[in-house]
Design a binder for this molecule. Structure first.
Ligand SMILES: *Cc1c(COP(=O)(O)O)cnc(C)c1O
Length: 229
């Protein structure tokens, strides 16, 4: 088991160093703590150390943790693939959904969102490495999808999310994130407001920050290695 206080400090330092190296302001990159497979007690410990935003990949696991930590008022992000039969629970119980990759899913999320709450914040997932069996929309389809989602009343479109294919070396690691940011810039230039690039994980957060990520999703470096499932 890792020492959470130490690992959280180290990850925050990595983010700050990467910002400095990229000439970006301190604090311009948020940290989403990926808590899949991590027990309620350790999430609570991370919250006690000041971490507010947590990412979950599996609906039932996420809901159980939200129940156990309801007193803390944490911010919950769903970062797994979105199946249409899960949209209702996601819209009702999460603050963000990162894996929106087609309009039908976005419409279902919008319809299910409780109108008394703030709109559900979403990112459009882009298959930036063009992998055949990966979720995410094709980059060329992202501008029109973003424009359509921005018009849905129950959603607030925040930006783009991607999980690139593993890279061979540090230079390669930056290439997909550069393409993601160029796409982000292109969509904004066309008039659809976006403010979030959800990109970078334990192994490549420096590359993602160098290319403009505003939110890194980190699990292993915070909570230790997961048992493979
Ligand atoms: C598991 C996961 C992460 C965290 O990955 P680490 O390598 O453990 O930091 C980030 N994003 C998504 C979508 C994930 O599924």
């Amino acid at each position: 088991m890792t020492n959470l206080r130490e690992s959280l400090t180290q990850v925050r330092e990595r983010i700050e160093r990467a910002c400095r190296a990229a000439g970006r302001p301190s604090g311009s990159v948020g940290l989403l703590a990926v808590s899949k497979t991590v027990g309620v007690d350790r999430v609570r410990a991370a919250a006690d150390l000041g971490q507010r935003a947590f990412g979950e990949n599996y609906l039932q696991e996420g809901l159980a943790k939200q129940d156990g930590l309801a007193d803390l008022g944490l911010e919950w992000h769903f970062i797994g693939p979105v199946q249409s039969n899960k949209t209702r629970d996601l819209a009702l119980h999460f603050d963000w959904v990162h894996g929106v990759d087609r309009l039908r899913i976005a419409q279902r999320l919008s319809e299910a969102r409780n109108p008394a709450r703030d709109p559900l914040q979403v990112c459009v997932q882009v298959n930036i490495s063009g992998e055949t069996r990966k979720s995410g929309c094709a980059p060329d389809d992202a501008p029109a999808l973003c424009e359509a989602i921005a018009a849905l009343p129950g959603l607030r479109l925040r930006g783009l999310m991607a999980i690139p294919a593993p890279a061979g070396c540090a230079d390669d690691a930056r290439a997909p994130y550069r393409r993601l940011r160029e796409l982000f810039d292109r969509i904004r230039a066309a008039g659809t407001p976006l403010d979030t690039i959800s990109a970078g994980m334990t192994d490549d957060l420096e590359a993602a920050i160098a290319e403009g990520s505003t939110l890194v999703r980190v699990g292993t470096a915070l909570f230790g290695k997961r048992n493979s499932t």
